[in-house]
Design a protein around this ligand. Structure first.
Ligand SMILES: [Zn+2]
Length: 173
């Protein structure tokens, strides 16, 4: 008696390796986009989605990141868990703590454009909004972060965080 041939494992192995190698970065992205404690669930879903795709090597990380973004957006819109800031997280979490204080649509737009560097049109499509709405949300998010007592930019983008912080504190006082 013959058993049905299982799915060839090659593609899944490839994606498992991508998600393991880049786990810290992918986890940070998912964790910045969702406010619940479901970051691992989001990564798992993204890996399942990506696993069905045959993507050339050079584009795999970008594709994995995009899969995480899509899974996180879908999850954030449907998850009913209350925001949770206290769950355990890798070291990258504090970097995105201030982003997580933003309302959900603003958080998506800000993170995708300012942190991941996605083009606005791309972000509008991912989030399901017009370019005008995306622009509005981005400027709201920027204003909120600037006056929230945090640097609006992640550490690796700040040339002189002390100076930036002093300037922002002075402006928002
Ligand atoms: Zn959740």
């Amino acid at each position: 008696m013959k058993r049905p041939t299982p799915e060839p494992p090659a593609a899944f192995d490839i994606w498992r390796e991508i998600f393991t190698t880049h786990r810290a970065a992918l986890w940070s992205a998912a964790n910045a986009l969702v406010t619940c404690s479901c970051t691992d669930t989001v990564l798992e879903r993204a890996r399942e989605e990506a696993g069905a795709m045959d993507v050339p090597g050079a584009f795999r990380y970008g594709y994995a990141l995009r899969a995480v973004v899509k899974a996180a957006i879908a999850h954030a819109l449907q998850c009913r868990e209350l925001p949770c800031d206290s769950h355990d997280s890798p070291s990258a979490a504090p970097k995105s703590a201030h982003i997580k204080s933003l309302p959900t649509p603003e958080r998506f737009v800000y993170f995708l454009i300012e942190i991941l560097g996605y083009p606005r049109r791309d972000v509008s499509l991912l989030v399901g909004m017009s370019d005008t709405n995306t622009d509005q949300l981005l400027s709201l998010a920027r204003r909120r972060l600037k006056c929230g007592g945090h640097s609006a930019q992640p550490p690796h983008f700040s040339r002189d965080s002390n100076l930036t912080q002093t300037f922002e504190n002075a402006r928002c006082a």
